[in-house]
Design a protein around this ligand. Structure first.
Ligand SMILES: O=C(O)CCC(=O)C(=O)O
Ligand SMILES: [Fe+2]
Length: 222
């Protein structure tokens, strides 16, 4: 037979689970008004796809030493790089992220390069809001090798806090209010709990996809 008997079903069964956001991975529940501004896609990539990305990244990362802390102390025990060229298979994965997070809005231009952040097992990312000078209103992050917990805290009301369980191979998308009005952090191994359950943290690599800064933020740069 030339074609699978039910090609549509086959295609959906492999694509749909990864493309449905799972609000249960964020606690407490985000109010409906801003629910679309932080979404998490569980199993965005398969184990095989994760392996393929790590296989390409590992030789590059191995040449870089872990830094004990970032210049402003925002990140502890990490190494990082930027990457714009990938093997065709991995390029297709990066394009899948860009299509999902940027194309429906049509209002932003993705940056060519993506940011690779390798956090050691004892590393953490302290609360911060990404600089508006380097990135626009939408950010996507794919987590490799380890689960972790991302905490989102409202800058104007520190009591408004959401925890997101970033599962290994999941993709989060933060935009608009979560991009500008909330800080984000990745908890240390010791603090890694989601709804009172310990989340086992290990070395984690994230692939962070960003878009061009807004023109007004470039003009106002200090
Ligand atoms: O690793 C992540 O998912 C987030 C990294 C981050 O916050 C940053 O690079 O600004
Ligand atoms: Fe950040």
């Amino acid at each position: 037979m030339l074609f699978p008997r039910n090609p549509l079903k086959k295609c959906f069964s492999s694509l749909v689970p990864s493309l449905v956001p799972n609000p249960l991975l964020v606690f407490p529940k985000i109010p409906p008004l801003i629910q679309t501004e932080f979404v998490l896609y569980e199993d965005f990539i398969t184990e095989k796809e994760e392996e393929s990305l790590v296989h390409e990244l590992e030789p590059i990362l191995k040449k870089i030493r872990y830094e004990s802390s970032h210049w402003d102390n925002a990140i502890l025990s990490y190494r990082e790089t930027e990457k714009s060229r990938w093997t065709p298979v991995n390029q297709a994965l990066i394009e899948r992220i860009k299509k999902l997070i940027f194309i429906p809005t049509g209002t932003v231009e993705p940056l060519d390069h993506v940011h690779i952040l390798d956090l050691s097992k004892d590393g953490e990312i302290k609360p911060h809001v990404d600089s508006v000078r380097f990135c626009g209103r939408i950010i996507g992050g794919l987590s490799l090798l380890s689960d972790s917990v991302m905490r989102l805290t409202c800058e104007k009301n520190k009591a408004e806090v959401y925890d997101a369980h970033l599962k290994r191979r999941s993709l989060y998308v933060m935009k608009d209010s979560f991009r500008y009005d909330f800080s984000h952090q990745v908890l240390s191994e010791k603090e890694s709990k989601f709804r009172d359950n310990i989340i086992k943290r290990d070395r984690r690599i994230s692939i962070i996809v960003r878009c061009q800064p807004r023109p007004e933020d470039l003009v106002n740069e200090s």
